[in-house]
Structure formats: C-alpha cells, structure tokens
Write a protein that binds this ligand. Structure first.
Ligand SMILES: Nc1ncnc2c1ncn2[C@@H]1O[C@H](COP(=O)(O)OP(=O)(O)O)[C@@H](O)[C@H]1O
Ligand SMILES: Nc1ccn([C@@H]2O[C@H](COP(=O)(O)OP(=O)(O)O)[C@@H](O)[C@H]2O)c(=O)n1
Length: 226
C-alpha cells in the first residue's frame, strides 16, 4: 500500500495527540508530536539559563540542542542531547514559556526541517500533529484535519489530566489555554491556522472514539481514491 501523510492541527486540548496516536496505531503509520519538539527546545533553553523572552538570545543558540523523536505511536519518545525529556517538557513552567520560544523564526526553521526529514523517512506514512503542519510543514499532505472544541471542553479535559500532578482548577487552565492559543494564532511565522483544504472536526460533543473513527474513515477514503 502506498504511504500516506496525515496532518492534524488545532489548538490545545482538542484531542490532537490522543487521536493521532490511535489513528497511526490502527493504520500502521508512524506518529510525530511536533508540540513535544517545541517543548523540548524550550526546556533546553530554560535549563541552560537562556532568556526565553529575548528572541535574539533564543535564535543564537537554537541550533545547539539535539532533539530526537521516536515515532512509534504505541511508544513515542522525545529526547534532548540523548536524554529522555518526556517528563520535564510537560511541566507548567515549560507550558507557559513554549509559545515565546516557538514564535522565534530561527527556531521554527530548524524544527520544521527536522519534521520534514522525519516525515520523509516514514516508509508506510505518518500522522503528524501540531499547529502549522497543514499550512507550512507538509502543505502537500494527503489528508489535513483541523480539530476544534469549545474552550470549556478543552479546559475540562486538560485540568482532568493535571489532577494529582500539578493540580489546577478548570478556570485557571482555561485562562492559560486561551492565552497560549492567542499567542500561537497571532505570531508572524506560521501561526496556528486551518489550511484551506483541511477538514474541520468540532470534537466538543464527540467521544474520543468517535473522533478516531471519523479520522480513520477519512484516511481510508483518501487511500481508496489514490
Ligand atoms: N473527544 C474527546 N472527548 C473527551 N476527552 C477527550 C477527547 N479527545 C481527547 N480527550 C482527552 O482530552 C485530553 C487532551 O487531549 P490531547 O489529545 O492531549 O489534546 P491535544 O493534543 O489537542 O492538546 C486527554 O486527556 C484526552 O484523553
Ligand atoms: N506545530 C507546532 C506545534 C506546537 N507548537 C508550539 O508548541 C506548543 C506546545 O504544543 P503542544 O501540542 O504540546 O500543546 P498541547 O496542546 O499538547 O498543550 C504550542 O502552544 C505552540 O506554541 C507550534 O508552534 N507549532
């Protein structure tokens, strides 16, 4: 079967990661979490004392960390300079700083190149999730999905996840999400946006299972038409 490239974009908490992993696993495709890459470079900046609010300082050193992503949807990995970074990249500190780092054009150029290399190497195809995959990273993707959901649903999903770890209430999670979406949507270089040819799926009132079934059906439709 021919390889297939699927781009899944959308704001935080719409279900990109869970949907992408499940679709890739079901269809035997690779999986790439591009948000994890931006989080990894942000974590490296923070641990190395780089002022992340200074775009010039970020740009100067952004080639230094070696970011590697494992693309098995059943066991995705992310490492920085050879060390597992999957835990530290999910802290609230990284989450609050990642939009500033990901807005720096030099950071985006570097990470975009890495993403294209990974997608090009995936023999059977790949599901790539992020913010600018359909518009910028892989504009020729076979299928583009743009996931949305109400801010309330997204905040409820996220704060449910954080419980026990860095517990926070739904309201502060909602505010942080809205702030990050606004920053990601308004930056100059490849902002969060729906590609003209993307299929928009509003997941507010859908279960994760329904979203997965919907995307699998769309991929199979594209494959049949190829
Ligand atoms: N349709 C859905 N209904 C309810 N919960 C969902 C749905 N899709 C995802 N979730 C849950 O919401 C949380 C955030 O999903 P995730 O896939 O990480 O979103 P994103 O990658 O877009 O930020 C996870 O805990 C996930 O299990
Ligand atoms: N393709 C992408 C993916 C993520 N990002 C940035 O990385 C951040 C973290 O992405 P993520 O997918 O891990 O975020 P969550 O929605 O999982 O919280 C986003 O808020 C963006 O600033 C980006 O700029 N472009």
């Amino acid at each position: 079967m021919e390889s297939v490239i699927v781009a899944i974009d959308g704001p935080s908490g719409t279900g990109k990661s869970s949907t992408s992993k499940a679709v890739a696993a079901e269809l035997g495709l690779s999986y790439l979490d591009t948000g994890a890459q931006y989080r990894a470079i942000t974590w490296w900046m923070l641990t190395n004392g780089v002022d992340v609010d200074d775009p010039a300082a970020v740009a100067t050193v952004c080639d230094k960390p070696v970011i590697a992503s494992g693309t098995d949807p059943l066991a995705p990995t992310i490492s920085v300079d050879g060390a597992d970074a999957s835990g530290p990249i999910r802290t609230r500190d990284v989450t609050s700083k990642v939009s500033a780092v990901s807005a720096v054009p030099e950071v985006r150029a570097r990470i975009t190149e890495l993403q294209r290399t990974i997608a090009g190497a995936a023999e059977k195809g790949i599901v790539v999730e992020g913010r600018d995959i359909g518009t910028t990273v892989l504009p020729g993707a076979d299928l583009k999905i743009f996931l949305t959901a109400s801010p309330e649903a997204r905040a409820a999903r996220r704060s449910g996840e954080l419980k026990g770890k860095e517990a926070s209430d739904v309201e502060s999670t909602r505010e942080a999400l809205i702030k990050r979406d606004a920053a990601d949507s308004s930056r100059k270089t490849s902002p969060l946006a729906k590609a003209d040819d993307a299929v928009e799926v509003d997941t507010t009132d859908l279960t994760l299972k329904q979203v997965i079934e919907c995307v699998v059906a769309l991929v199979e439709e594209k494959r049949a038409a190829k």
